[in-house]
Design a protein around this ligand. Structure first.
Ligand code: ADP
Length: 392
């Protein structure tokens, strides 16, 4: 029987939603609220091919949810709010608690809040989204889908940090891995794109504002570049990725910055922005670099190097490479980054067709390439809807 399921992704000042009819995976409605909490809030959505944009102040997430529900009934998208049978929330960190999607109750909400110390940019705002929906639609079951769950198959040799073991035992300090919802989407879709023999040794590159690489074997995570928090791994828009941890006390000694300020610096002032001194947006950095800005070029060079370092490491974890996947904003749209990463992998017999790459085609490898190179637009919402459908 078909069910209407809503997938939610809450940000600090935004709320993105997609309403699906499941199991057909038909998108009935999609849209977002932006600039929540400001006078200039905007509510935009696409329904039956038509775009609607409404501007009116929305002071908090609850108001956004109330408006969304009113609109869906007024426009006739739903007969009544009871038509929605499940709501799925994307949650950044599930800690050691959750190896899969889970129905939300008071305990789950408490744990998501508690795990905010590990994912301060995301868990607290994810929780605000959950509460807003529970306030407005208390009778509809809601499900948490964690960005950490898909990497729970990473084995201890790859997830244990070499610090005193009791920190693992007492505080759960280990590499969790993130962007699991996106990498899961790639893993679930990949059999439709490549032959069975190309699924054993896969590297999925999620390159967006945040970024991570996953080593996948037959749909299972072998490794992921993020760590205890989403700060680790490759260079990102504003996040540093891996740094020598000794740098942190050194900066504290030199500048008098406290732990909170250093955390902010690493999360919000580093990455492409920190090196380029210009922007966290890859488009801006590329534009400046192509116009001759050396600092912007350096930011791109360090970014590319950080991606290749993980690809290299995963070649060892996987014992080679059959398929390389690019996804998310940069992965889907930046032919330059793809070219530069692939150039460095020529020794594997990986060869791209530059014309296809420039056109952002799906298959961008040359017919003679030993490795398939594929661009797949990520769809985290469909994974959320599938998980809710399985749970309710
Ligand atoms: P988020 O993690 O916020 O969902 P996205 O997956 O949308 O991020 O990725 C955002 C990034 O994608 C930004 O750095 C943006 O500059 C980059 N991006 C989008 N289009 C292009 C493009 N044509 N060329 C280079 N980078 C792009």
């Amino acid at each position: 029987m078909s069910k209407k399921i809503m997938a939610i992704n809450s940000g600090s000042s935004s709320l993105k939603f997609k309403l699906f009819e499941m199991p057909s995976e038909t998108v009935m409605l999609e849209g977002q609220f932006e600039r929540i909490g400001e006078q200039t809030s905007q509510f935009s959505y696409k329904y039956q091919g038509e775009k609607t944009i409404k501007k009116h102040p929305v002071y908090n997430h609850r108001e956004a949810v109330e408006w969304l529900m009113r609109e869906m009934v007024d426009v006739g998208i739903l007969d009544s709010l009871e038509d929605i049978e499940g709501i799925g929330h994307r949650i950044s960190h599930g800690g050691t608690y959750y190896k899969g999607a889970t129905l939300i109750d008071e305990t789950v909400m408490e744990r998501i809040g508690e795990l905010g110390t590990l994912s301060p940019l995301h868990n607290p705002v994810n929780l605000i989204g959950i509460k807003a929906f529970r306030d407005v639609l208390p009778m509809i079951p809601s499900v948490a889908i964690f960005d950490t769950s898909f990497s729970h198959t990473i084995t201890p040799d790859k997830h244990v940090y070499a610090i005193p073991y009791h920190f693992y035992e007492e505080y759960g300090i280990k590499r969790y891995g993130f962007h699991g919802i996106s990498h899961q989407y790639i893993a679930e879709q990949l059999p439709q794109y490549v032959a069975e023999e190309k699924l054993g040794r896969v590297i999925s590159c999620h390159l967006g504002s945040g970024g991570s690489l996953s080593a996948l074997s037959h749909g299972k995570t072998i490794n992921n570049s993020m760590g205890f928090t989403p700060l680790a791994g490759i260079v990102m828009g504003t996040r540093s990725g891996d740094v020598d941890p000794q740098i942190l006390p050194y900066i504290a000694e030199k500048t008098g910055k406290d732990v909170f300020e250093i955390k902010e610096m690493l999360n919000k002032e580093s990455g492409l922005l920190g090196i380029s001194k210009l922007s966290n947006d890859c488009r801006d950095v590329e534009e400046a670099a192509f116009a001759g800005n050396q600092q912007a070029q350096l930011a791109l060079d360090v970014y590319i190097q950080s991606i290749c370092k993980y690809v290299g490491s995963y070649l060892v974890d996987l014992g080679g490479l059959d398929t390389l996947v690019f996804t998310a904003g940069i992965g889907e749209h930046s032919s330059y980054i793809r070219t530069e990463v692939c150039k460095r992998l020529a020794f594997l017999g990986l060869k791209i067709d530059e014309d296809k790459n420039q056109k952002n085609e799906t298959y961008i490898h040359h017919p003679t390439s030993q490795v398939d190179v594929i661009v797949i637009p990520t769809d985290e919402e469909i994974i959320i809807a599938r998980e809710v459908f399985r749970k309710i």
